[in-house]
Design a protein around this ligand. Structure first.
Ligand code: S3P
Length: 444
């Protein structure tokens, strides 16, 4: 454990109760800053997630020449340069822990004749960038990367970009979004196909900013997305809904701590993000959505979550992209369920903030849970209760830290998490919010 690590301990807690105001959606927050920085005029953003990942994106957008101003909590203004108007940053761009911020920004600059150097923390410097950089060369961009595809990356945007027709083979919204952003400054129509449906916030927001985006379902599954280049984006206000990937932690805590009853209002309910809630309901979870409404081109609703007895289920592998960040907390719910929960189709979990599959399995085993590792997933043997009492290694992964703290709220013995500093990358108020609901989380 590094000297400056911040270990925490979570203990069996009384029923959780109250209202959990989780922070703004991370995916939408990154995109609002980036599109705002590429648009003409001033975009007002409210409810922006003020966490390290998003603040690094704000700094990068600023470094490319846009005016990015914070007016108050979650209230930001971005005055963009127009598509193709970005200038060369004065310094290296450090994206910290954020795959989304760095990959989307690579796309956003790749068709403008500027050069930038991208780096990040020890976790991000292990993550594959070739999946974005290689297709960006088809637009005319050039790059140098460590060992072929790792940060630090030097990216030189194309002086005379060309549009592309490209099949994306990984189920990654980050790759899709990077290429859509690059397409904005490439003359002509770029067409991308992807065999799996991944989150579509970029497409939705591009339309709101005035880009010509067309989406076509493919007969073999998946979809084709076309966007016209030399786009003119016009500033629009963005109201960021609350993050379902953050809501997942208090929601599962409420399910497993007996007697709990929580309300989690204003949560983004885009169907490509709600795989966890669908799965939990199939497991028997009492989660009720009320007041569904549209806000800024996205569905939003209020959740009521009550403690429930859960049954193990088989999670359809094709659901993985709609809950890719939620497997750590689903595995925790599965440990408290009765019977096995089978999760497959999780290759992408190997290249997240940590090898998440390995980190989840190690954490479960530390807590005394029986789990079988598969090539592309795992089977968690739920026994209705969890012994707990172990220490979990987070491997610089915020979601591993939060998931196992939630486990400790209902396990027979406390759970220790070796370092919780990374929680600040996505959910800085996690500890305060959870304590406010009654969670026994304390310094270890
Ligand atoms: C994100 C997409 C997902 C997700 C990440 C956010 C996005 O990554 O894990 O936290 O905002 O596009 P992939 O699309 O690469 O799986």
């Amino acid at each position: 454990m590094p000297a400056s690590a911040r270990p925490l301990k979570a203990r069996r807690s009384p029923p959780l109760a109250g209202t959990a105001l989780v922070p703004g959606d991370k995916s939408i927050s990154h995109r609002a800053l980036i599109l705002g920085g590429m648009a003409i005029g001033e975009s007002r953003i409210s409810g922006l997630l003020e966490a390290e990942d998003v603040l690094n994106t704000a700094n990068a957008v600023r470094a490319f020449g846009a005016l990015v101003v914070r007016d108050g909590q979650g209230e930001w203004r971005v005055h963009g340069t127009g598509v193709g108007g970005w200038r060369k940053p004065d310094d290296v761009l450090d994206f910290g822990n954020s795959g989304t911020g760095s990959r989307l920004m690579m796309g956003a600059m790749a068709t403008t004749p500027v050069m930038a150097v991208f780096t990040g923390d020890a976790s991000l410097r292990k993550r594959p960038m070739g999946r974005v950089l290689e297709p960006l060369t088809l637009f005319g961009a050039e790059y140098e990367a460590r060992d072929g595809g790792l940060m630090p990356v030097m990216l030189k945007g194309a002086a005379q970009p060309i549009c592309i027709d490209y099949r994306i083979t990984v189920a990654s919204a980050q790759v899709k979004s990077a290429l859509l952003l690059a397409a904005l400054n490439a003359p002509g129509r770029t067409r991308l196909t992807q065999p799996q449906l991944t989150r579509d916030h970029t497409e939705r927001m591009l339309k709101a900013f005035g880009a010509a985006v067309a989406i076509e379902a493919l007969p073999e599954g998946g979809e084709a997305i076309s966007v016209m280049g030399e786009a003119e984006l016009t500033a629009v206000p963005v109201d960021v809904p609350r993050d379902p990937s953050s809501a997942a932690f208090p929601a599962v805590a409420a399910l497993i701590v007996p007697g709990s009853n929580l309300s989690i209002p204003g949560v983004l309910l885009n169907a490509r993000r709600t795989g966890l809630f669908d799965t939990l309901r199939e497991m028997g979870a009492d989660i009720v959505v009320s007041n569904p409404r549209e806000s800024g081109g996205e569905m939003v609703g209020d959740l009521m979550v009550r403690a429930s007895s859960l049954q193990g289920v088989e999670v359809p592998p094709e659901r993985a992209p709609s809950m890719i960040d939620e497997y750590p907390i689903l595995a925790v719910a599965a440990a408290f369920a009765d019977g096995p929960t089978v999760m497959r189709g999780l290759d992408e979990l190997r290249v997240k903030e940590s090898d998440r599959l390995a980190a989840i399995i190690a954490g479960l085993r530390a807590a005394g849970v029986t789990v079988q590792e598969l090539d592309d997933g795992m089977v968690v043997e739920g026994a209705g209760a969890v012994r707990g009492g172990g220490t979990v290694t987070t491997h610089m992964d915020h979601r591993i830290a939060m998931a196992f703290l939630v486990m400790g709220l209902a396990s027979q013995n406390p759970m220790m998490v070796d370092d919780t500093r990374m929680i600040a990358t996505s959910f800085p108020d996690f500890e305060t919010l959870m304590r406010g609901l009654g969670a026994a989380i304390e310094a270890a």
